[in-house]
Design a protein around this ligand. Structure first.
Ligand code: UT7
Length: 335
């Protein structure tokens, strides 16, 4: 007996970013840096940061509402919520549960995935597995991060890079037999874990030894991350294109994780893509971790750079190290 896999539809995509903008010029108040250094090394001019009590949960909630509106579904139709972030706001309750409560949905499963900046691709792969097996019909995936709370704002090599934001996707069973996932693959290599870390140090029991409060910030070996990604990503994208029976020129857009403009440029060159095909908004948002791919997608449509219907290569990479690629069909009206 063969089990027929159910095709998946990307039904809606939304995003949300905080109002507050911090420019490269503003950062000069914190340490010795310049707009020129930051822009030439990273392509970043400014980033958005949360203020007051605002967090990735609020951003994720708004992104989810936008994706649900685009998908034209009711919240009651959602069977499962998966939230991805590099660092959830709380270890528990899960971000997915917090957003579930804000959406007013009860009695469905909701959980978090930490796959760093590959989070959207990881959760899309999981949604595909759940939907194609027939286990769930409608899955809400949310990618949200508030990195600005986790950076050491005295470390100029890391804190310049990150910004806050959220993206969300509603994925459902396809109603026309067409599968919007042309190819998808996720990977990890834990032996490279030290490249990017955010330890949750905690404290030993004071009866064991005196407590020492250790600060916990994002640490990154930027050079090693850069070398790894530029080496691995182009060949990996080629492999995913082959699996989709496509050539690079068959795909309309490349929507990569927004980590560094030089990484995006290097992969663009390997794909032989013109600037029109490559979606980059790192200049205005910095690296929003798990959220960067859905923000780039939804904002790219909103700004008119991405035309629908079309096809796109989505790719993420980050701490773990994790990485993933999805080649997808983008239908009219999804963002
Ligand atoms: O989603 C996570 C994925 N992460 C990434 O993709 C990160 C990839 N890597 C990078 O983007 C780059 O490695 C960085 C932009 C983070 C750093 O660029 P780099 O060319 O690797 O610079 P570096 O860290 O080697 O620093 C070069 C110099 C140093 O000075 P000396 O030692 O040569 O005198 C730094 O102290 O630049 C100095 N520097 C700065 N100067 C001005 C470091 N940060 C700054 C700064 N402003 N903000």
């Amino acid at each position: 007996m063969t089990n027929k896999l159910i095709p998946l539809k990307i039904a809606g995509v939304g995003y949300s970013v905080p109002e507050k903008i911090i420019t490269n010029e503003d950062l000069k108040e914190l340490y010795d840096t310049s707009d020129e250094w930051i822009y030439t090394r990273t392509g970043i001019k400014e980033r958005r940061v949360v203020c007051g009590e605002e967090s990735a949960i609020d951003l994720g909630f708004k992104a989810a509402q936008n994706a649900i509106a685009k998908a034209k579904i009711n919240v009651e139709d959602i069977d499962l919520i998966i939230a991805a972030s590099s660092a959830p706001v709380d270890l528990y309750p899960a971000m997915a549960c917090r957003i579930q409560a804000k959406l007013g949905i009860k009695n469905i499963p909701a959980f978090d995935v930490t796959a760093a900046c590959s989070g959207l691709i990881y959760t899309l792969d999981m949604a595909k597995a759940f939907i194609s097996s027939g286990m769930y019909k409608t899955v809400l995936i949310i990618a949200a991060d508030n990195n600005s709370r986790l950076c050491d704002w005295e470390d100029r090599s890391v804190s310049i890079l990150f910004g806050d934001g959220a993206g969300a996707m509603v994925v459902t069973q396809s109603d026309d037999g067409i599968d919007d996932i042309l190819s998808i693959d996720i990977r990890a290599d834990g032996s490279l874990g030290e490249f990017i870390t955010l330890p949750l140090t905690g404290q030993n029991c004071p009866l064991v030894e005196p407590c020492e409060q250790k600060p916990s910030y994002v640490k990154m070996n930027g050079k090693e991350v850069y070398k790894f990604v530029v080496k691995v990503l182009p060949e990996y994208i080629d492999k995913c294109l082959k699996e989709a029976n496509m050539k690079a020129e068959d795909v309309d857009y490349f929507i990569p994780h927004q980590a560094n403009q030089r990484i995006i440029d290097a992969v663009q060159q390997r794909l032989g893509y013109s600037d029109e095909k490559v979606i980059s908004n790192i200049k205005y948002y910095g690296n929003t971790s798990a959220a960067s791919v859905p923000i780039a997608l939804a904002e790219g449509v909103e700004s008119g750079k991405i035309k629908l219907p079309s096809t796109a290569i989505l790719c993420g990479f980050g701490a773990g190290m994790t990485w993933g690629v999805a080649i997808v069909r983008l239908r009219e009206g999804i963002c």
